[in-house]
Write a protein that binds this ligand. Sequence first.
Ligand SMILES: Nc1ncnc2c1ncn2[C@@H]1O[C@H](COP(=O)(O)OP(=O)(O)OP(=O)(O)O)[C@@H](O)[C@H]1O
Length: 334
Amino acid sequence: MRFPRVTALDRLTLDIGPGVTGLVGSNGAGKSTLIKILLGLSPATEGRAEVLGLDVATSGAAIRERVGYMPEHDCLPPDVSATEFVVHMARMSGLPPTAARERTADTLRHVGLYEERYRPIGGYSTGMKQRVKLAQALVHDPQLVLLDEPTNGLDPVGRDEMLGLIRRIHTDFGISVLVTSHLLGELERTCDHVVVIDGGTLLRSSATSDFTQTTATLAVEVTDSETHPDGTGALREVLTDAGVTLIGHDGIDTEGLPGAGHILLIEATGEETYDVVRDSVAGLGLGLVRMEQRRHQIAEVFRTEQGAARTAAVPAAATTAGVVQQKGSGRDEH
Ligand SMILES: Nc1ncnc2c1ncn2[C@@H]1O[C@H](COP(=O)(O)OP(=O)(O)OP(=O)(O)O)[C@@H](O)[C@H]1O
């Protein structure tokens, strides 16, 4: 997709299956542009795309009948109530009057709007407005919803509630979801699959579990005994002899783990690592307090993969917050 001064999407090839998929990228990465192409609202300069088996270039209206869309920006009329607005949107989607009213009541209840739904939208909080936007995307019972930055402007509690609602769209109703965010971290609990784009190109598309499971680390904590007053030290020696890789031998990165210092971090290469740890602890006659798998957060994995060069180019605050790097921020934004 080329605009006069910028190529918003550049040879992006990907396939998105059913379930909940996160589309992650910094501001200007091309997320909204992709959604508008998929809705058949904005024709791509080159290339092709299909949604639910329908060609976006020729079947835009048919796609929009089957798909719900929650736009990023505030687009709600301030002087009507949520009920009036969502009924109107249901009617626009072709539902008869009675069905539109029933579906509206159900959907608004589902997104957590109750008595407030009779008040004008202009007086709503950001969280309530986001819920109305979500409700209008769901009211006609679509097969798929495209949600553009649904957590924008929400505080942490509102964000968690919205993410919970999004997850339930799929688990309760079987509706597939494509949800965009510039925060990689917030999608890992919500999405089955994550697609990362940057500057209009595809960086990665994989199952959320692939992001988090490939680099498992085991945290092991043992007791001391009379024979081994430093149980941790004794275990470290035995494990090293057994060929197990210990992470950060001296300056161990045990940040955030309770009892740090008495915990060994071990690289788990497979099932056998667990057996070696168990047998070593038993062999030394120590008590095993814990052996737990630390799943890496996807932001962490992603940062490692992207390497130092790109990380160095962004302010530290942006990376520690799990924000995908702001590579595109130097370009003109609309
Ligand atoms: N109608 C347009 N005319 C010109 N340039 C555009 C237009 N729409 C988008 N762009 C440009 O295309 C690029 C991608 O924009 P897009 O809105 O898709 O990004 P995004 O990932 O959704 O980011 P954001 O979350 O900030 O909206 C940006 O550089 C943007 O300035």
